[in-house]
Design a protein around this ligand. Structure first.
Ligand code: SF4
Length: 67
């Protein structure tokens, strides 16, 4: 796949798709059902909860503790 991102990947999961954003997004779309780690804050990424609800909480769209 011809996609080579030069931006640093903040995801802390050990994964061969670090820095290959199109492969990362396609993987999450097709297999994981979650959102890539780079969409979250550093603290939100560290929860390893890739749900839309956790992203909304992390970004202040939902109050903490609400899903
Ligand atoms: S977000 Fe998912 S696919 Fe992307 S680098 Fe992290 S673990 Fe890999």
């Amino acid at each position: 796949m011809a996609c080579n991102n030069t931006r640093p990947c903040p995801c802390t999961v050990d994964c061969p798709r670090h820095g290959i954003c199109c492969a990362c997004v396609a993987h999450h779309r097709d297999h994981e059902g979650g959102i890539p780690g780079c969409f979250f804050s550093k603290e939100g990424e560290a929860t390893w909860d890739r749900s839309l609800e956790n992203l909304a909480r992390d970004r202040g769209i939902l109050p903490s503790g609400e899903n």
